[in-house]
Design a protein around this ligand. Structure first.
Ligand code: URA
Length: 264
């Protein structure tokens, strides 16, 4: 794998065409979700964003198992190792890489590990995690069906907000994970995840309830554009149960984009 090498004018043309189609698709889907559905309902079989290409074993004509998403994630985990790119490496108990189905259609992204996650080395295993599990079950799925990660992989002492240089050091790892998994949709949990993925300061109350788009900044084989549905963080929901109704609306949008059909 590596950066795509453009060899000919035809290649450049196809590359540009993919960009134009992606932008057009994004525009039509946004119109659709503003209620202007003159082009009909979302049909993911037609409108999937460009995904990571599958590397084929040319001799056997099957996907090459050496490049399965599970193996690529494992390799990334090994590459990260005992990371000390920022000061959080000194204070964490465990680095929390993320977990779940490498072939998931849905990835949930939170902020960063809290105390429980730091102790166990797994994302969302505390009180907020229990609520996230319930949200996933309400969608008709199990935790093992989706992938769960965080913007940063190590707990900031005392659960303080991550500093800018810590995000800068760590976010590229998540970008690589998202490029490998290449899900149909990302559900950004809370302001911090949504604003980092979308590179914006727009408040979560304005980002949620609609489709936004994330493009990994690291160059993979093709331009990948992944729909992002921001919603409130489960920890916020624990303190503001009245917002559960709007979160359910967001989760229904996630399901629709994942091709799980419309839920009432
Ligand atoms: N909150 C987060 O944002 N992530 C976790 O993994 C746990 C709590």
């Amino acid at each position: 794998m590596g950066e795509r090498k453009i060899k000919s004018d035809t290649d450049i043309f196809v590359h540009d065409l993919v960009d134009v189609i992606t932008d057009l698709r994004n525009y039509l889907v946004s119109l659709n979700h503003l209620g202007l559905d003159y082009y009909g309902p979302i049909d993911n079989s037609l409108w999937l964003p460009p995904q990571m290409p599958v590397v084929m074993d040319e001799r056997k004509k099957i996907p090459d198992p050496r490049y399965s998403k599970a193996i690529l994630l494992e390799r990334l985990r090994k590459k990260i190792g005992d990371c000390h790119k920022c000061r959080l490496g000194e204070t964490r108990t465990n680095l929390v890489f993320g977990e779940g189905n490498p072939d998931a259609d849905i990835v949930f992204v939170g902020e960063g590990p809290g105390r429980d996650e730091d102790l166990r080395g797994r994302p969302f295993v505390g009180a907020a995690g229990k609520l996230l599990d319930n949200m996933i079950r309400a969608m008709g799925l199990e935790r093992k069906d989706v992938y769960i990660g965080n913007i940063i992989k190590c707990r900031p002492p005392g659960n303080r907000n991550p500093a800018e240089d810590e995000i800068e050091a760590c976010f590229p790892y998540l970008e690589e994970q998202l490029s490998i998994i290449s899900p149909k949709v990302i559900c950004a949990l809370g302001k911090f995840a949504a604003q980092t993925l979308l590179d914006t300061n727009v408040p979560i109350s304005r980002l949620r309830g609609r489709i936004n788009y994330y493009t990994p900044s690291i160059a993979m084989d093709k331009k990948i554009s992944i729909p992002v549905v921001p919603t409130y963080h489960p920890a916020y929901l624990l303190r503001n149960a009245g917002q559960k109704k709007v979160v359910w609306e967001d989760l229904k949008l996630v399901m629709e984009l994942a091709g799980l059909g419309k839920k009432e």
